[in-house]
Design a protein around this ligand. Sequence first.
Ligand code: NAP
Length: 434
Amino acid sequence: VLTIAVVGAGPAGLYLASELMAATDLEVRVDVYDRLPTPFGLLRYGVAPDHLKMKALGIPLQRTVDDERVRFFGNVELGRDLSVEDLRERYSAVVYCYGASSDRKLGIAGEDLVGTVPATEFVRWYSGHPDTVTTAAVVAAESAVVVGAGNVALDVARILVKSVTELQETDIPQPVLDALAASAIRDVHILVRRGPAQVKFTTKELRELGELDGVDVVIAPGAMDLDPESEASLEDDRVAKRNVEEMRAWASRTPTGAPRRLIFHFWTSPTAIEGEDGVVARVVTDANRPVAGQDTEPIDAQLVIPSVGYFGVPVPGLPYDDASGTMTNVEGRVQRDGADAPGEYACGWIARGPSGVIGTNRSNAKRVVEAMLADDLPDAEPWDAAAELTARGVDVVTREHWNLIDAAEIALGGGAGRARTKLETWESLLGARG
Ligand code: NAP
């Protein structure tokens, strides 16, 4: 029997399990561990709650969790409840798929002020991640600054300005929905350090901004006068071309006087976040290029959300490259002392860095599975993980427990006319097991 440990029950880990089971006639058992009591990782705690089509990718992932050859062990943390050695001794192979749970820093003064909330944290908050605390700054802020031009910046900006009526159809936890309903937000400024032709947005996600009720998108017309090099680059880049077309249409619109505004500032970098009494008050910026009609004054704001990328964190006993925040690997084979470490693999964001969409993890998983099957892994008998971990004092959450948590969230949503309302605390998640 090939027994495989997968660390991290997010899309990378669960695709890895399903691709492996599909790719071989060998008898396979897969144990999936996660530090959270719930599976699905960034699909549950990263993909925006109003992206319902993306969220539906949870259906095939649940089928993998339900597969008889798979066991789920939630609330089990590598390094705390289980060591790397435990896994290497007990399994034919271990696949690390624990993602990138931290954030890249701006490296400017004021990042530690109250009211500066990294996008990673803000996303976890509206997604109901049990490790976050609601920030009062979110409710009180009339003006917010989001830094970055990736899809996460778009998610964050959209959730800030979207009406709660529109968010009602999501699984956002009730306290978060209440906080967003009480939000005083009027303006969300998006700082983009380069130009409209260089943004990392995908067009579908960008278009959503222009379709929000009660929101004006503001772009200085001068920002859309591209330099010849940028204009020429659009010929080879369909996404950039469509993005620019969309933004040009917005720039030529007359603002309707809507209660909320999304204001783009191109070629603009924050140089300092200034506070009063330890709380964010304004963002000082530098123009990387002059843009006609675009304000360069400091931006008054009570909330600053740097959204410049996720970053992987090191785990003791595992190789880590601190420049890229990834686990050192070649084609998914973990490297120790410059050579393949037998029986150790990595997949997903911890292996390749924080880029790509959920589906990217599927092709990534396929390639890692090919490497694993080419490596002629040894057999290993499944261990009684639940019993042994329980004996160590670990409060293991099994698949049956997760099914109870899942049912409790659906029941909670049903009571409020919603498909699901997420439970957002450790107590409520663990308590839902009955
Ligand atoms: P991202 O796409 O890599 O974007 C990061 C942005 O931050 C870039 O615009 C980058 O600008 C900017 N940046 C980096 N350092 C900066 C600095 N010091 N100052 C100012 N700006 C800085 O990352 P992400 O938005 O976190 O998204 C991660 C991945 O998840 C992406 O592949 C994304 O497409 C995906 N995702 C997809 C969806 C969706 O499909 N709906 C939703 C969310 C996330 P430069 O380009 O100038 O470096």
